[in-house]
Design a protein around this ligand. Sequence first.
Ligand code: SF4
Length: 507
Amino acid sequence: MSSIDRSQSVGGTRTYEVRTYGCQMNVHDSERLAGLLEDAGYVRAPEGADAADVVVFNTCAVRENADNKLYGNLGHLAPKKAARPGMQIAVGGCLAQKDRDTIVKKAPWVDVVFGTHNIGKLPVLLERARVQEEAQVEIAESLEAFPSTLPTRRESAYAAWVSISVGCNNTCTFCIVPALRGKEKDRRPGDILAEIETLVAEGVSEITLLGQNVNAYGSDIGDREAFSKLLRACGKIEGLERVRFTSPHPRDFTDDVIAAMAETPNVMPQLHMPLQSGSDTVLKAMRRSYRQERYLGIIEKVRAAIPHAAISTDIIVGFPGETDEDFEQTLHVVREARFAQAFTFQYSKRPGTPAAEMDGQIPKKVVQERYERLVALQEEISWEENKKQVGRTLELMVAEGEGRKDDTTHRLSGRAPDSRLVHFTKPDQEVRPGDVVTVEITYAAPHHLLAEGPVLDVRRTRAGDAWEKRTAEKEGKAAQSAGVLLGLPKIGVPEPLPVAASGCGCD
Ligand code: SF4
């Protein structure tokens, strides 16, 4: 049994850090990884500390040069681990599911490799690696347990992710998710609602229903209207103020879902619906199983039922075979749909996807030129759509850490029901994250709004109480172990993710 260097331990307890890459699904899973480790007796490494006793990478296989990033970070940790016997490194997530034991071949100082289907195994694998002094690689081919059934350590005191399904039954040709997260598996509605009620009892007032394809929810349990029923059931939960979901697929976006959104007061007027391309030819090559007309038809129906809905999307530019005319079709849909926001990606090959083998790969220069034209058009539209908010009176849920300039501008920040970011003038009355303030919008910028006048109303909420209680606990713990300079908990903040970028539409 190797001697353990406890230099980074807190009061003799081993510390951990989870570094998260990729989509919301990974952010949700990382909260479970943190919960598992805390359940096993680890504590979060203090903010700013050097590497923790256990460093866990929750990887993404989709985002740009994901592999280089992982191996770069692992290389960076090697000397630290060499200098500290007992330090352990674990790699999980989509890249681990894809690369498996290649990871320990390339980085033999890695102790544990686990996949997307068996995240619950992490503590056991760490212990086994420590006792046997041998790397443990364990990848399951199918889901062992819904991550939602595992202990969690949520990032936010007032907002929470609630996974309703894992995996995806679609086969978009640019996407590797189905190969790594498997076929769609739906949680039972009762389990989801029970989790939401528990969260609300803990002070959470906003939830985001999460799935690669949320509106396909029910296909696994034989109820095609299960998703709209779930939204309506959320409307009956006392204390649940805001319900959001990500990400729907246009093919499965049915009228019952639009009606449920419009008729359930706590379902927010916000929709993130990946378009990917406006060209029917490209959509066919992507195997997205809807066409331009249907997509615009859904937008029209949503706008008719929910006039103030903010709609955002994902778009890939430069998919193999995309002609100038195809790209013009994408610009046409962007002009018609008037998205509040669009997450735009330049197509790049993903090893293991059908699109990577396709003819007609577009030269980088052409992709770049099209990308810039799309971004410029969308920037204009985002700003025009934001300007329509000026003069509106809105309820904001006060957010934590969303206003980079708040300290210098004497402002606070919050999210409007449609998820737009609003910076507002700090009222004299104390306001906490999770509380709700009413303001009038006075100015619009391309990506945020300002409410420069006085706050019209402050509503202290149970979510604000939960935030206050959690902050006091953190500070209490910090004071308690002041000896080792315990800072705020750290979960290895992931790369800034665009809001609502989908678990699906991983481009
Ligand atoms: S892009 Fe989304 S819908 Fe398509 S296969 Fe990937 S996860 Fe599924």
